[in-house]
Design a protein around this ligand. Structure first.
Ligand SMILES: Nc1nc(=O)c2c([nH]1)NC[C@@H]1CN(c3ccc(C(=O)N[C@@H](CCC(=O)O)C(=O)O)cc3)C=[N+]21
Length: 287
C-alpha cells in the first residue's frame, strides 16, 4: 500500500482564500481590517525567514501587519513595554513573539504579558486553560492545523487510538489535548518513555513531533494508520525532511503528511485564522 498524501499546502491555500474573502467583505462594508504584529528579537536567519513568510501571508489575505525587528541586546523590560503598547493598539488584533527569544529574556513572562485576546499563538496560560476546559479560545496553531487536516481527510476519533510522540508546550501537549477533545483515546510518549514501539504500533493516528530524526522507526507504523510528521530538518544541501523516514512510512500508512508541504503551511494558515477570530471577538467586545 502507498499512503495518500495529506496536502497541507493545498489545504492552507483553501483556508487563505476563505480568509481573503472575509477580508474583502469587511473592506466592502467599510470596516476596519484585521492586523497582526510580529516581534523578532535577535538576528537568527531561520527566524527572519519565518517572520518574513508570516508577513507575506498577511499581505496575501489583505491583513495589515507590523514587524518589530529588535536587536539581540533588547532588554526584557523593553520587550514588555512594546507588548504593552501593542496590547493597547486598537489596530492590532494579534501579537506574535517569534520563539525562541534570547537567553536573558524569560519566555513565560513574555507570553503572559500578551493580552489573552491577542494571543494568536494560543500560548497564554489563560488560553491553554480554556482549551483544556473545552471553552472557545485561541488554539495553538500547529495542533489546530493538524486537527483541520485530519478533519479534511475524513478522519474519525471516537474509538480510535492516537499516539503523540513529543510533549512540548507548543506541539505535543496541546496536540494530545486536541485529540482527546475530539474523542480519541490518547497516548503521549516523551523522553522518559522506555519502549516507544508498542505505542506507535497500536496507533490509528500517529503524530510525531520530536524535533529529532530516528526516534520513531517507520517500520513500527500500523498498516493503514494516519501519520502526521511535525518535524522539520534542513540538511547541508538545503533539503527539508521530517522526523520520520518518509519512504517507509508512506508504504505502511493509509494517509500521511509530507515535509515540506504538510503541517508547516497549515500552521501559518491557522495563525491567520486565529488573527481573524481575535479580530471578530474584539469587534464584538472591545476591551
Ligand atoms: N511564536 C512562535 N510561533 C510559531 O508558530 C513558531 C515560532 N514562534 N517559532 C518557530 C516555529 C516554527 N514554525 C514554522 C511554521 C511554518 C513552517 C513552514 O511553513 N514550513 C514549510 C516550509 C519549509 C521550508 O522552509 O522549506 C513547510 O513545511 O512546507 C515552518 C516552521 C512556527 N513557529
Amino acid at each position: 500500500m502507498t499512503a495518500a498524501l495529506i496536502d497541507g499546502k493545498a489545504e492552507a491555500g483553501l483556508l487563505l482564500d476563505e480568509i481573503t474573502h472575509a477580508v474583502e467583505n469587511l473592506r466592502a462594508k467599510g470596516q476596519r481590517i484585521p492586523g497582526l504584529a510580529v516581534i523578532l528579537v535577535g538576528e537568527d536567519p531561520a527566524s527572519q525567514i519565518y517572520v518574513r513568510k508570516k508577513r507575506e501571508d498577511c499581505a496575501q489575505v489583505g491583513f495589515t501587519s507590523q514587524a518589530h525587528l529588535l536587536s539581540a541586546q533588547t532588554t526584557q523590560h523593553e520587550l514588555l513595554d512594546l507588548i504593552d503598547r501593542l496590547n493597547a493598539d486598537d489596530t492590532v488584533d494579534g501579537i506574535l513573539v517569534q520563539l525562541p527569544v534570547p537567553q536573558h529574556i524569560d519566555t513565560e513572562t513574555v507570553i503572559e504579558r500578551i493580552s489573552p485576546t491577542k494571543d494568536v499563538d494560543g500560548f497564554h496560560p489563560y488560553n491553554v486553560g480554556r482549551l483544556s476546559l473545552r471553552l472557545p479560545t485561541l488554539r495553538p496553531c500547529t495542533p489546530y492545523g493538524i486537527i483541520h487536516l485530519l478533519d479534511r481527510a475524513g478522519e474519525t476519533y471516537k474509538g480510535r487510538h492516537a499516539t503523540v510522540v513529543g510533549a512540548s508546550n507548543i506541539v505535543g501537549r496541546p496536540m494530545a489535548l486536541e485529540l482527546l477533545l475530539a474523542g480519541a483515546t490518547v497516548t503521549i510518549c516523551h523522553r522518559f518513555t522506555r519502549n516507544l514501539r508498542p505505542y506507535v504500533e497500536s496507533a490509528d493516528i500517529l503524530v510525531v513531533g520530536v524535533g529529532k530524526r530516528g526516534i520513531v522507526n517507520s517500520d513500527w507504523i500500523k498498516p493503514g494508520a494516519t501519520v502526521i510528521d511535525v518535524g522539520m530538518h534542513r540538511d547541508k544541501s538545503g533539503r527539508v525532511t521530517g522526523d520520520l523516514e518518509f519512504a517507509t512510512a508512506r508504504e505502511r500508512a493509509g494517509k500521511i503528511t509530507p515535509v515540506p508541504g504538510g503541517v508547516g503551511p497549515m500552521t501559518r494558515a491557522m495563525l491567520l485564522q486565529n488573527t481573524l477570530s481575535a479580530y471578530t471577538r474584539r469587534q464584538r467586545s472591545p476591551e
